[in-house]
Ligand binder design. Structure first.
Ligand code: LAC
Length: 305
């Protein structure tokens, strides 16, 4: 277990991440920081008081500034300002850059897991502003997109979700790349169990996964699966598990791509990103990954920080 993990943002994603981290005792102290007065304090107190029932000793603490977060070994950034009418991408990036500057100052040795959208661009902003090496700035998207993909596949095949092994690469958006060629059901290639039309439908529903939930909630977006995805990454790091998970990572030549954040297979261990694993992709998947990366590049180019 770590000494201290900080979660920036006490909204639905941040608070659920904090609760899950505490329930798994991944740190002695979990700090929730949010600008809204009283919100992180109230939620943290409530979560801490669930400890005697859930059986965890992790202390959850809320704060409005980063002083309490000082020295955190790991930080999850869920905060960000949602884009409002009239706000440019630059405004968005500047506000988010302000949050990240505080991290650089108070948690200079931390591994940062970025969750804020637009994910791939926010990862880049975080890396730029902190100057942290790529090992210590990783984005969460692929684990979530893959979980959605696995849930839909399990439903269609009518098997346990545990038997579906899959990976979704690319940017977190319309151009994400579910790797059908590497998707198996207990080792059996999925294409032997589902026809192409069904698979195409599932791929589309995965791409629209976030929007489908926003469509229901209307004023909010997903947080149960996103928080579970973050905590799986954090667990892999804290417990030094060397797990191979799809994460947004800064590519330096892997898959023929460089100078951007994109979802690729990553080994996560105690130092953060241990390795980007290059695997053989089908020609259409390789092309789709390249297209997805181009889109991330365009979004980055549209932002000045
Ligand atoms: C989603 C948002 C949170 O995919 O990115 O649900």
């Amino acid at each position: 277990m770590l000494n201290k993990i900080t979660v920036v943002g006490a909204g639905n994603v941040g608070a659920t991440v904090a609760q899950r981290l505490a329930e798994q005792e991944l740190a002695r102290t979990v700090v929730m920081v949010d600008v809204v007065e009283g919100l992180p304090q109230g939620k943290a107190l409530d979560q801490w008081q669930s400890g005697p029932i859930e059986g965890f000793d992790t202390r959850v603490v809320g704060a409005n500034d980063y002083g309490v977060a000082a020295g955190s070994e790991l930080v999850v950034v869920t905060a960000g300002i949602a884009r409002k009418p009239g706000m440019s991408r630059d405004d968005l990036a500047r506000t988010n850059a302000g949050i990240v500057k505080q991290l650089k100052q108070h948690c200079s040795q931390a591994i940062v897991v970025v969750v804020s959208n637009p994910l791939d661009v926010m990862c880049w902003v975080t890396k730029q502003v902190t100057g942290f090496p790529r090992e210590r700035v990783i984005g969460m998207a692929g684990v979530l997109d893959t979980a959605r993909f696995r849930a839909f596949l399990a439903d269609a095949v009518r098997v346990s979700v545990e038997d579906i092994d899959a990976m979704v690469l690319g940017g977190h958006g319309d151009t994400m790349v579910p790797l059908i060629s590497h998707t198996t059901v207990s080792g059996i290639p999925v294409a032997q169990l589902l026809d192409r039309a069904t698979l195409d439908q599932i791929v589309q529903r995965t791409r629209d996964g976030g929007a489908e939930i926003v469509g229901h909630l209307k004023t909010g977006s997903a947080f149960y699966a996103p928080s579970a995805a973050v905590v799986q990454m954090v667990e892999a790091i804290v417990r030094d598990k060397h797990r191979l998970l799809p994460c947004a990572a800064w590519v330096e030549g892997e898959y023929g791509l460089s100078g951007m954040y994109v979802g690729v297979p990553c080994k996560l261990a105690r130092g953060g990103l241990e390795q980007i694993v290059e695997i053989e992709l089908a020609a259409d998947e390789r092309a789709a990954l390249r297209k997805s990366a181009e889109q991330v590049n365009e979004s980055m180019a549209a932002v000045k920080i």
